[in-house]
Design a protein around this ligand. Structure first.
Ligand code: GLC
Length: 536
């Protein structure tokens, strides 16, 4: 069965463009303090245009004590000095727009920093006017936390505040108290935060940790998880029945969408970590919610032909009629793509991402094949190492700086002390070298993005699956009179594949067959992928 694709002409920018996620602390340092900043991103806009992406999402750079990499926000409407000033931001936005790039911010509605003035007020007394902006409860009759709810980052999700003798709830760190979306006052304040940035001209938001927005108001304990085993995240001990994906969440996302829709042509993207069937509800129905609830199938699925083929199909089957798909290969919370799937697979992964039907998201550095950089104990930054008691929960290895060139600070910084190691010996060639190497992974990304841009069938066309055979993942894209065949060898052995009729190779992962005519059989080398166009 084929997807019913709308004509590309009617597609919005967020359906047509490739998104690029920037981790701002590691992108480009402009003032020599070892951390990336907004002026640095501005300096690298030409790179993004050269690469061909059309939209950037920047992780939080708002005022923050940086307990959780900036996701602990102390002022939603100001820039942290680490990243620059409001002027730096507006210059970045203007320059991005002047180049035709859209810019999307991270919106973190679930929690603030415990240093946010709202929390200072809320904790001051039980009858403070902002008391109900956060989630306060009396101790359990036994004197302990009000329920068994666990923090994603280790331990109880409740912390006792001596000032008033009540506990506050935090789905993540104790330094990240959860906001109470049931409070109309809080909702209005958060809607105003959205309006603040939308009025400045940002093109939308990626909404953080949105399934955590609401918890059970009866405070029922989460039930034990019968599938729990050592090696899983500690909070998987309970099934998050009462602490995640509660029905009211949808209503509050609908409210965010209403605010967004006050402004023309913006996008709302949701970080939705849920089983697929439940994640789909985050598109909304009659009332729209997210344009793009993130699809993490390519991250969560084992990386082999059958599993990926199944993941693609399940997603297609569950996608509601008018919903637009999206595909994510990596982000700042996951192990680096090249480390997760192996260096040999990164080219095939790039071709997959750029040829599936739906909006692709690239995490900065994955286009270079960056690997997980070893970060020693003394250099550790991720707070999860401390709160969860083990180095294996560190996300630092996926957050290390981009290496732009071969100079001492790799073109990232003039400082001798980048905030995380540059990983010179772990990482592949830097940007400058890959730019000059026609056969680099970076140039493959660039050419695939360009091909996608000029090939309507790759953007709006239907996706027609083909049978999988051994390690070969195959599908076609049809649209505007074009028929394309994508064949990806995900294994380490060569395989022969059959073509009916005449085809012309448009591009291959190893770059040495473009223009070849194919009819009959063709041998795909290990980890080779190709895109071919039907001639007859
Ligand atoms: C999201 C972010 C992650 C952060 C967490 C808490 O999952 O992607 O980096 O730690 O929310 O804000």
């Amino acid at each position: 069965m084929a997807d019913h694709a709308p004509e590309q002409a009617g597609l919005a920018w967020w359906q047509r463009e490739v998104f690029y996620q920037i981790y701002p602390r590691s992108f480009q340092d402009s003032n020599g303090d070892g951390s990336g900043d907004l002026a640095g991103i501005r300096r690298r806009l030409d790179y993004l245009c050269w690469l061909g992406v059309g939209a950037i999402w920047i992780c939080p750079f708002f005022r923050s004590p940086m307990a959780d990499g900036g996701y602990d926000i102390a002022d939603y409407c100001d820039i942290d000095p680490l990243f620059g000033s409001m002027e730096d931001f507006t210059e970045l936005l203007d320059d991005a727009h002047a180049r035709g790039l859209k810019l999307v911010l991270d919106f973190v509605p679930n929690h603030t920093s415990d240093r946010h003035p709202w929390f200072a007020e809320s904790r001051a007394s039980r009858n403070n006017s902002k008391r109900d902006w956060y989630i306060w409860r009396d101790p359990h009759p036994d004197g302990g936390p009000p329920s068994n709810w666990l923090s994603h980052f280790g331990g109880s999700a409740w912390t006792l505040d001596e000032t008033t003798g009540q506990y506050y709830y935090h789905a993540f760190l104790a330094a990240e108290p959860d906001l109470n979306w049931r409070s109309a006052g809080l909702r209005a304040a958060m809607h105003d935060v959205m309006r603040f940035w939308l009025c400045l001209g940002v093109d939308g938001f990626r909404v953080d940790a949105v399934t955590n927005l609401v918890e059970d108001d009866l405070l029922r304990d989460d039930p034990p998880n019968p599938d729990f085993s050592r090696g899983m995240f500690p909070d998987a001990k309970f099934r998050r029945v009462f602490t995640r994906d509660r029905p009211e969440t949808h209503e509050f996302i609908g409210g965010m969408r209403d605010v967004l829709d006050e402004f023309p042509d913006r996008v709302l993207i949701g970080e939705v970590h849920l089983p697929l069937a439940r994640a789909m509800a985050y598109y909304g129905g009659e009332r729209p919610y997210f344009h793009l609830p993130f699809n993490f199938q390519l991250i969560e699925s084992p990386w082999d032909c059958r599993s990926i083929s199944a993941a693609i199909d399940q997603y297609r089957m569950l996608l509601p009629g008018s919903a637009w798909p999206n595909w994510v290969l990596g982000n700042h919370d996951e192990v680096r793509l090249a480390t997760r799937i192996g260096d040999g697979q990164t080219r095939v992964a790039a071709m997959l991402l750029m040829t599936l039907r739906g909006t692709p998201f690239i995490y900065n550095g994955d286009e270079l094949g960056m690997r997980k950089v070893p970060v020693g104990h003394r250099q550790t930054r991720d707070v999860r190492v401390k709160t969860m008691g083990s180095h294996r929960y560190s996300r630092d290895g996926a957050r290390t700086p981009i290496r732009w060139d071969s100079s001492p600070g790799s073109g990232f910084t003039d400082s001798d002390c980048p905030w995380l190691p540059l990983g010179e010996s772990t990482n592949p060639e830097d940007v400058a070298r890959q730019q000059t190497d026609r056969n680099s992974l970076l140039n493959l990304y660039r050419d695939l993005i360009a091909l996608r841009r000029e090939t309507p069938a790759l953007i709006g066309g239907e996706l027609v699956p083909l049978p999988t055979c051994r390690d070969i993942l195959e599908y076609e894209r049809h649209g505007r009179g074009q028929r394309l065949r994508i064949a990806l060898n995900m294994g380490g052995k060569e395989h022969r594949i059959a073509f009916d009729g005449h085809w012309r190779v448009m591009i291959t992962t190893f770059r040495d067959r473009a223009g070849e005519t194919v009819s009959g059989r063709l041998t795909l080398r290990p980890h080779e992928g190709l895109i071919a166009e039907a001639r007859s």
